[in-house]
Ligand binder design. Structure first.
Ligand code: KG4
Ligand code: ZN
Length: 335
């Protein structure tokens, strides 16, 4: 593979991201431009996200190169998120990456976004390498994988309905908290009793799949049964109990995965990994736990570079026609 660091681009959702990463996992820069334009809608608006990527993609790439202290002449290859994600949003990053690769004669590596979350912790300074069980919990995805090597990963289970972050955001909204609800819910929960309400953790869902639909409904019914004064008085208890249910639900699946695989290492990624009680619960499982810095848990381009280290480039003849995918087409490398 060419010498020189990897320039990676990630635009799958609402963060415009570019990073420069060395082949041995050193992060020279990791620029994340959060659009901050979707909050008032309570969720990401795809068309607005794509437009914002168009406006800032070039600037973010230039910033990543400048921060890393490298020019395009120094870059060894380009990596980009091909999917899954919002098609219009992905397209912006893919087109930018193709343009740079073609104009500069650089190899282009197409990366699956979910593989990025799985391998984010392999970067320095966490340097948490496979084999491990990986839990990825964010606003868009919640799944568990067995990662035997950077190019050998098998999905063990995934959410049957909402992602954990989505469940957190919806619960937070019911409690009158702003979007995205995770950090607000965690703060409110700190003043509450996590055992005040017994919310469901979908223990009955077999295997390593998870489900948060019942939990959401349970909170809705609880709130419905209360008058305004009680709702206000019990807010922190409701938040703490709801958060505990999400944490327990995830921890139960992780325990099942560790048992099923016999592995004693756990990598955690996705925005929900920022949650203090979740980290504490998982660290108490008695296995080695690798949780990278928050900037590597949420969507970022460094994690895309992390994967690109272990993937072959797109054949030169196919670069011009490379298209993103919204769902499904997990890379061929998956075992
Ligand atoms: O990975 P991420 O930044 O974006 C994607 O969804 O891809 O994850 C965002 C999710 C949101 O649902 C947010 O509420 C949740 O992560 N989150 C948290 C915390 N910080 C962010 N959930 C619980 N506790 C937190 N401290
Ligand atoms: Zn993500």
């Amino acid at each position: 593979m060419s010498a020189g660091p990897i320039l990676a681009i990630e635009t799958s959702c609402d963060d415009t991201c570019a990073a420069v990463v060395t082949d041995d996992g050193g992060i020279l820069s990791n620029v994340i431009s959060s659009q901050g334009i979707h909050d008032e809608y309570g969720g990401v608006v795809p068309e607005l996200a794509a437009r914002a990527h168009v406006e800032r993609c070039d600037l973010v790439i230039a910033d990543a190169l400048r921060t890393a202290g490298v020019g395009l002449d120094d870059v060894g290859r380009v990596a980009v998120t091909r999917g899954p994600g919002l098609l219009g949003a992905l397209l912006v990053g893919v087109q930018a990456a193709k343009a740079i690769a073609l104009a500069r004669g650089l190899p282009l590596v197409a990366v699956d976004h979910l593989d990025g979350h799985l391998l984010a912790g392999t970067l320095r300074p966490t340097s948490f390498d496979p084999p491990f069980v990986a839990l990825v919990a964010s606003g868009g995805h919640t799944f568990l994988s067995r990662v035997d090597a950077p190019d050998r990963m098998t999905e063990l289970g995934a959410t049957l309905d909402d992602a954990a972050g989505e469940a957190i955001d919806k619960g937070a909204r019911m409690l009158g908290l702003p979007y995205p609800g995770g950090p607000h819910l965690e703060r409110l929960a700190a003043d509450g009793d996590p055992f005040a309400f017994d919310f469901p953790v979908a223990r009955g869902v077999a295997g390593m799949d998870s489900s948060f639909a019942g939990l959401k409904t349970a909170l809705l019914y609880r709130l419905r049964d209360m008058d305004d004064a009680e709702r206000e008085r019990r807010r922190a208890d409701l938040a703490a109990s709801y958060q505990r249910a999400v944490v327990e639900s995830l921890a139960i699946r992780v325990e099942r995965a560790l048992e099923a695989t016999g592995l004693d290492r756990l990598a955690v990624g996705g925005g929900v990994a920022a949650n203090g009680p979740l980290r504490e619960r998982l660290r108490g499982l008695g296995v080695a736990v690798g949780i990278p810095d928050r900037s590597l848990c949420t969507d970022n381009a460094a994690m895309i570079a992390a994967v690109a280290r272990f993937r072959p480039p797109v054949p030169t003849a196919d670069v011009a026609t490379l298209a993103p995918y919204a769902t499904g087409q997990r890379a061929e490398v998956v075992a």
